[in-house]
Design a protein around this ligand. Sequence first.
Ligand code: ZN
Length: 153
Amino acid sequence: MEDKNAMLVSDATFSILSSFASRENATVEDVLALASKLPAVLGGREQPATALAQIVSSKPHETVRPAVAIDQSVSDDTVTCLCCGKSFTMLKRHLKAEHGLSEHEYRTMFGLDEDHLLVAPNYSIRKAEYAKRIGLGKYAREDSPSQGAAPTL
Ligand SMILES: [Zn+2]
C-alpha cells in the first residue's frame, strides 16, 4: 500500500516537473529550484536524482510540455488544467485536490500572468448576473464592499 502511494506522488512530481521543464524560458536552475520544493508540496517524498537528471537533459526537446497550450487553456465555458489536461469551470478546487497546488503555485509553475483566468469567463459572468438578478447588486455599492447587516424594516 505504502509503495503504491509513493509511486503516485513520484509520478505527479515527475509530470509537473516535465511540464515546467518544457517551457522555453525555463532554465535548468528553475527546474532544480522547483524540484526542491515540489516533494514537500506533494507529500514529502524526495525526487530520485536520476529522474531529475532525465528531466533536465530532456529540456531542449519538445517531448514534454503542458497538457495543453497555455493560450488554449481558457475558453468561454471551461479552463483546462495544464497539469493533466482536464477541463473545469473553475480550477482552484481541482488544483488543490488533485495536484496539491495553490493557485499561486500553479501560476508560478507554468509562468502564468496574474490575470490568467482560472475560472471560465462565462461562469464568472453568469455568477455576477445571477447575483444581480436576485438583488445582491443593489447592496454592492462601490464604497461598501460587504453589507452584512440587513436593513431594519
Ligand atoms: Zn489537473
